[in-house]
Design a protein around this ligand. Sequence first.
Ligand SMILES: [Fe+2]
Length: 172
Amino acid sequence: MNALNDTNDTALLSRLGLASRATAEDYLEAARLTLEALAARPGLLDGLALKRTPGGYARNLVYGDDDISVWAMVWSVGARTSIHDHHCSCCFAVLKGTVGESRFEAIDAKRAVLKSTTARGPGYVACMLPTGPNLHQMTNLGDEEAISLHIYGFDHRLHASSIDREYELAAL
Ligand SMILES: [Fe+2]
């Protein structure tokens, strides 16, 4: 793991891992506060050799414990995810650049319709539960690299990613 090495940051995340065992509402609030604190920290990712994927996005695991995993996502210009939902909580903060978040509504197990697209800039924080509206697609909308920090409610040793199902865009 290409881990965050500031002990203040890892202590914050360790407390959040334990908080994930509380009620969902309490956890989401704790995750939001943690992401706001981390996003406001200058040089949070300094010293980490972040992977990059030309034309796509790269996931960098920067913290993991039994309850949560934290990933720095580096988005090339135009990079986008699939349309997907999650098997776990999904919280993220934009650290750099402009990340578009499109929300969808499933019309069956494989197809979804677009409901909205919103550009998110540095400091924006979102938190979602697997039981709530969490069907989305993220895209680097800017003309430069973007970076976001994601906290997922899964143990990285047990799951390859946070994605539950992927969907096709339904033609209407
Ligand atoms: Fe997602």
